[in-house]
Design a protein around this ligand. Structure first.
Ligand SMILES: Cc1ncc(C[n+]2csc(CCOP(=O)(O)OP(=O)(O)O)c2C)c(N)n1
Length: 364
């Protein structure tokens, strides 16, 4: 029974943490992850950070029209991926999650292709940047409409339960999404049906300029799970080990038929909401600077260095290797060529209706 081996209590007052600021282990149990796994967490976080930086550069050069920076969210995203069985489980992400997709194994060239709308995008350039999806990795294409992916995610999970597939769904979203009706309908239905789904809220304290306390009077997002009969876990979302162990437990719970959970990961968005946002207009620079000192990558770096698993030289070498990989991926994505305009008329109708035929002719 999963309950006998449960490590974490839902509805804690303070966020669950397993790593201190200096990178020390805080867990009450012995850390039983091998060094390859620990190093992979760091590597995946660094790939997420550098992917973000590369997208910003492409935006400045006018090669990408929109970006949604994810720096600060890496630990949460990498941990979610690590708790899943890639290509077996299903993921319903939101728009700020390149770290999750990269860690699942989605090739960087596809994500760059998506951002630039080239033929390297498996979704054929049909979404705005920061809205990828992957049929190969069971990743539902990101929807802009906040929380609208939660009911379909629950439906998918219910179908898994009915067919007894042993698969699990993870659906992620921001704090702002919890004010949408779809969030409440999704959690309620998942609870009633005992759907194998884990809801992950990456609470970065702002929905664009709307600060957390203007979003909800609830002390935590995790507490909202109570109303729907689900356990709600409050986690330090900048602690990759805490996120991983809590997710592993929630995913196991879902897989073994014990139903859904809500996991609130408290993170901070280190950059603006998007390339169309000026965050200095609604949050003090000092606040951002304070959170930068809690950078999830730096904390994991300290944790690894503490254990003699990581050095500055190794860090520089890894950065160079990832930079090289991404430069190549951008080049490959560009070389694939822009998506042809006529693709927008394909794949919906077996036979194009007259009005679309006409529009197609006018356009071409
Ligand atoms: C239903 C709906 N309302 C408003 C918007 C405009 N919008 C886009 S992102 C966003 C903020 C969402 O914030 P949050 O869920 O906290 O995620 P974050 O961007 O902070 O990661 C809003 C209001 C939208 N896309 N969909």
């Amino acid at each position: 029974m999963i309950k006998d081996s449960q490590l974490f209590q839902p509805f804690s007052e303070k966020p669950i943490r397993l790593m201190g600021d200096a990178g020390e282990w805080l867990g009450s149990f012995e850390l039983n992850l091998d060094s390859d796994t620990l190093l992979k967490f760091y590597r995946d976080m660094l790939r997420a950070r550098l992917f973000d930086e590369r997208l910003l550069l492409l935006h400045r050069r006018g090669q990408v029209s929109f970006v949604a920076p994810s720096a600060g969210h890496e630990a949460a995203q990498v941990a979610v991926a690590a708790a899943l069985k890639p290509k077996k489980d299903w993921v319903f992400p939101y728009y700020r999650e390149p770290g999750l997709l990269l860690a699942l194994g989605v090739p960087a060239v596809e994500l760059f292709g998506q951002a630039m709308a080239t033929r390297a995008d498996p979704n054929r350039g049909r979404q705005m940047p920061a809205h990828p999806g992957s049929r190969d990795f069971n990743v539902f294409t990101v929807a802009s409409v906040i929380a609208s992916h939660l009911p379909p995610a629950v439906g998918t999970a219910i179908s898994m339960k009915v067919r007894n597939t042993g698969e699990v769904v993870v659906a992620s979203f921001g704090d702002g999404a919890t004010s949408e009706g779809d969030f409440h309908a999704g959690l309620n239905f998942a609870g009633v049906q005992g759907a194998p789904i884990v809801f992950v809220c990456q609470n970065n304290r702002y929905a664009i300029s709307v600060e957390y306390h203007k979003q909800t009077a609830a002390e935590t997002i995790a507490s909202k799970a109570e109303a729907y009969g689900l356990p709600g876990y409050l986690v330090d979302g900048m602690d990759v080990l805490a996120c991983f162990f809590v997710m592993r437990e929630a995913v196991a719970r879902a897989r073994q038929g014990f139903g859904p959970s809500l996991v609130e990961m408290q993170v901070y968005r280190l950059g603006p909401h998007s390339s169309a946002d000026d965050d200095t207009r609604y949050r003090p620079v000092e606040e951002v600077e304070t959170w930068k000192t809690r950078d999830p990558l730096a904390r994991m770096h300290r944790f690894l260095a503490h254990r003699g698993l990581w050095s500055r030289e190794e860090d520089l070498a890894l950065r160079t290797e990832i930079e090289r990989e991404f430069r190549q991926a951008v080049e490959d994505a560009q070389r694939a060529g822009a998506v042809p305009l006529e693709w927008m008329f394909e794949d919906v109708f077996a036979e194009l209706p007259d009005h679309l035929r006409e529009q197609r002719r006018d356009l071409l």
